[in-house]
Design a protein around this ligand. Structure first.
Ligand code: BES
Ligand code: ZN
Ligand code: ZN
Length: 495
């Protein structure tokens, strides 16, 4: 789906559409707009437009020919970027059938316009490709939209443009993740990656099954071999000339286009939603497209580990041993712990280029949801500097993340009687998210000095999809987390 058109205008009269008027809560509700539109604190109170976050109140302002629909959008108690982003999302949903809107945020900073515009574009998004009879309701906006923001200057214009680029990237990740697996097998995903990359001058290469076998990628081959739709590995590289001396960030994404669990079959209820199991790879592709479009002078490589995890006569079986890229052998004790198998190859491949950091993104464990719930990404890794950079970026973007340890005693549980490692410890469900991270850590290579390459692991099993109702700028279904944080982490390196 297209994102709304975003543009900067000088005055409310310069564009059609409903006025969006953010209201700050507090002792007295306060309109943040340049004009008061006759909306005194007293009138706001009578309208029950208290500024409460999430609230949208429709009123008419002006008289006669000047009369215009306005939406009073609650911002909550704090005027910060995240509150404005959420207000933008609420506004987009509350607009209903109206297609155009004008934001009056008074004397707003460029970042504030960017925040509202980003939230608006993200809140307006939904997957309508499969809906034949698109009924209107408050939760599900439809139609082409446009947002004009009152503001001026190059900085504001650049901020609004950036909002559009970021929103488009997030929506690309969402559209991919929302696409059911009958329309998105590894080959389809790889094809889309090639098209997107080529359009932006991003180098791209796809490895098919024979090539993966030649290259020793036993994880991708093993997980993919049970499916009629063979696995793929996509390598992306954004390396602008001016970034020759800039840091090199490698992004590795779990791209299981559907996770049945394989022969360790998931029960029916747990299988629903497993089309989202490629959200990590989608976020990697989407982030790189945004980084390229923004022209950020940092080197970024992306590794999409794509496979479909199916039970069949060809599937890997419990007790099988796989030889991963680089030679490490893994005893498969549970074929449903497949994400770590495909990521093992991806991490080894990413390490071979000796990047300054590897960040992997994966809907890796149900345990992440048990530990952190449905909205927070678990952040693990092997050193502090880069982990803090990612967490700082998440603080800027408003994507919830929380640091988790990889306790040393977990490593003992990786021991296998027949191979180097097991992929899961049967009967031991303690700290499943941390166990998975400890497994991945074994595939992170060393730098030129023989030190482990800095590595950050993001378990997005919770926040990748929103199974509840729409809120703020987050619609139902795929969320596009953590695209904005990945882009911000990279952008911060160039400042
Ligand atoms: N894709 C799942 C993790 C998942 C579960 C993501 C729920 C989103 C929502 C992953 O491949 C998986 O099945 N993990 C197993 C690992 C276990 C077998 C060691 C899990 O978490 O149960
Ligand atoms: Zn699984
Ligand atoms: Zn999975």
């Amino acid at each position: 789906m297209q994102i709304p058109e975003l543009q900067l205008i000088a005055a409310a009269a310069d564009a059609d559409g409903a006025l969006l008027l953010p209201v700050l809560a507090g002792d007295e509700p306060a309109l943040l707009a340049a004009d008061d539109y006759g909306l005194t604190a007293e009138r706001l109170r009578r309208l029950d437009a208290t500024g409460k976050a999430g609230r949208a109140t429709r009123v008419l302002v002006g008289d006669g020919d000047e009369e215009r629909t306005a939406l009073l959008i609650g911002v909550g108690d704090e005027r910060d970027a995240e509150s404005l982003r959420r207000a933008g999302g609420v506004a987009a949903r509350a607009l209903g059938a109206d297609t155009a809107a004008v934001l009056d945020l008074g004397a707003a900073a460029a970042e504030e316009l960017e925040a509202f515009a980003t939230g608006f574009a993200l809140g307006a998004h939904k997957l309508d490709r499969y809906v034949t009879n698109d009924s209107e309701d408050d939760d599900e906006p439809a139609g082409e939209r446009a947002l004009s923001l009152i503001g001026e200057g190059d900085e504001a214009a650049a901020a609004v443009e950036r909002a559009g680029v970021l929103a488009e990237a997030v929506c690309l990740a969402r559209d991919l993740a929302n696409t059911p697996s009958n329309d998105l097998v590894p080959e389809d995903f790889a094809q889309i990656a090639v098209e997107r990359a080529e359009a932006l001058g991003i180098e791209v290469e796809v490895w098919d099954e024979p090539r993966l076998a030649d290259e020793g990628c036993g994880g991708l081959i093993g997980v993919g071999q049970g499916s009629a739709n063979p696995p793929r590995l996509v390598r992306l590289s954004w390396s602008p000339a001016e970034a020759a001396d800039a840091p090199h960030v490698a992004l590795v994404g779990k791209g299981i286009t559907f996770d049945t669990g394989g022969l360790s079959l998931k029960p029916p209820a747990s299988m629903v939603g497993m089309k989202f199991d490629m959200s990590g790879a989608a976020s990697v592709l989407a982030s790189i497209t945004a980084i390229a479009r923004l022209g950020i002078p940092v080197r970024v490589s992306g590794w999409l580990c794509l496979a479909e995890n199916m039970p069949s006569a060809h599937s890997i079986k419990p007790d099988d041993v796989l030889r991963m890229r680089g030679g490490t052998t893994v005893e498969v004790t549970n074929t449903d712990a497949e994400g770590r198998l495909v990521l093992a190859d991806g991490l080894v491949l990413a390490s071979e280029a000796k990047p300054d950091v590897i960040i992997d993104i994966a809907t890796l464990t149900g345990a992440a949801i048990i530990a952190l719930g449905n909205r927070t990404t678990g952040v693990m890794g092997n050193e502090e500097t880069w982990r803090e950079r990612v967490l700082a970026a998440a603080g800027t973007t408003g994507e919830a993340m929380w640091s988790m340890p990889i306790p040393e005693e977990i490593a003992d549980r990786l021991d296998s009687n027949v191979a180097d490692l097991v992929n899961a410890k049967p009967g031991d469900r303690a700290a499943g998210m941390l166990f998975a991270a400890a497994f991945l850590e074994r595939f992170v290579g060393d730098d030129d000095r023989g030190e482990p390459i800095p590595w950050v692991h993001l378990d997005i099993a919770g926040p990748a999809d929103n199974g509840g109702g729409a809120h703020g700028y987050t619609p139902k279904g795929a969320t596009g987390v953590p695209v904005r944080t990945l882009v911000e982490t990279v952008a911060a390196l160039a400042r």
